[in-house]
Design a protein. Sequence first.
Length: 191
Amino acid sequence: MNKIESIQELKNPSYIQPIEINYTQNGIHKRWEAVISHDSVSILLYHKEKNAFIVVKQLRPAVLNANKHDGYMYELCAGIIDKNISDKAIAKEEILEECGYDVPLQDIKKVTSFYTSVGISGALQTLYYAEVHESMHTNNGGGIDQEEIEVIYIPLNEAKMFMFDESYKKTPGMLSAFYWFFENISQQLSH
């Protein structure tokens, strides 16, 4: 059973920095509370032999705090940009760590970039796309260190239902990526 044991003010944050922004808009002085956070990458993975998307499921304590009952989220494979390597190289590392597939760097394609959590951080996320084959599967994934990530396969013929089934908690980035795939990739696969 997952439960929150305590909530306290963050004294020495590792990944975010709470800030106060004072600014002027239309001649009116305003104040906003925000956090500085890392930009990130996310990757839409399509498994060709399984004809399925590969996503991850993991506990998100902030969602558990808000939801009170279940903090598990279905998400794209993703990670923060916290190393001095290319964003695409970080995407490659995350695919291997979280999902267990060793995808060649040249097979990871940039789709677009967009801002997330715009009310609180405005971090930039870059979305990539990669197709995987079972021959690329080198380990079970699941993350590193204390991460507990479950790898989930969503068959393409169930993906549209999954998108709008609210019993699966998911991110808007995942929904956008699925839409992009159905508009740009699925027609190519059927030919």
